[in-house]
Design a protein around this ligand. Sequence first.
Ligand SMILES: [Zn+2]
Ligand SMILES: [Zn+2]
Length: 384
Amino acid sequence: MAKRDYYEVLGVDKNASTDEIKKAYRKKAIQFHPDKNPGDKNAEEQFKEAAEAYDVLSDPQKRQRYDQFGHAGVGGASQGGGFGGGMSMEDIFSQFGDIFGGHFGGFGGFSGFGGGSRGHRVNRGSDLRVKVKLNLKEIATGVEKKIKVKKYVPCSKCHGSGADGDNGMTTCTTCKGSGVVTRIANTILGQMQTQTTCPTCGGEGKVITKKCPVCSGEGVMRDEEVITINIPAGVAEGMQLSMSGKGNAARHGGINGDLLILVEEEPHPELIRDENDLLYNLLLSVPQAALGGTVEVPTIDGKAKVKIEPGTQPGKVLRLRNKGLPSVNSYGTGDLLVNVSVYIPETLSSSEKEMLNGLENSPNFQPNKSMKEKIFSRFRNLFD
Ligand SMILES: [Zn+2]
Ligand SMILES: [Zn+2]
């Protein structure tokens, strides 16, 4: 299913300020909050959609990538699968719980953030960053890459709890397992309740009494994983893709971080990339340019034959449609632009000199006024 535009999801303008985005998200989040719409799958989807939009638009870097590359720039590419599987409810509550304001509960609004995670703070693992090097051919088609990453995974013995067996953990006595403590403060508006994270258990609701011997109570251990990354076609140097949940595992069994994939582009020996177009410099001999003919130019997946008209000038640009790179963000494909240059011999034999001397005053070899104007206007266009 195609993703909706994030600005449209939140109902804000493209130039909306961070504050406007936050307000718009808060409104949507309240409207579609699961506490208000129990069992309503459609509301849940909209709640998730709004959170995903907010996740991107509230982060200046992600927002910039989204503006530039669309969903693909922030890991939402629809091609190849694998990317951006959306956010789980747990992700949303752990990341954006604060949008509802820590005080919300105290004003008789929402008591917590849904289902099993009510009140608890959920740990989130850190993001992992990897680089993938791609050549233009891989970029043109998109590619599947398998990479080995060293990362934290849940401990094999305690499965992330950090405790040594079922008896190694007990409910926190300070918060009685809720993960939060409620304070009542007297203010000029009257008594106000505020909820803060339990200082004893750090919000987890449980405390470890006997640590797991394998992970020393951390719940995570180092391991290696081979991850298959589907790179969509058309990516470019410096773009960052993300795979949700493929980063480090969290301590004590929380949510995994993301895997962030930075794209590096290997230069092509003959072709230069200009966004989705490719540039090639074609060097013709003087007779080829004057007489015309057919030449071959390199393309990403082989060679293309190009017809050279008799009398082709250096500086002429030939456009081979759709021989460039696909756009990562839309359906278009770039072109291959062939810039013609002409090789003037640097050394000449005496017989070659004689032939050229014979041509020097030949009328067709003299640039005339209209040709001078034509070439000058082409030169001037270079600076526009
Ligand atoms: Zn363990
Ligand atoms: Zn506690």
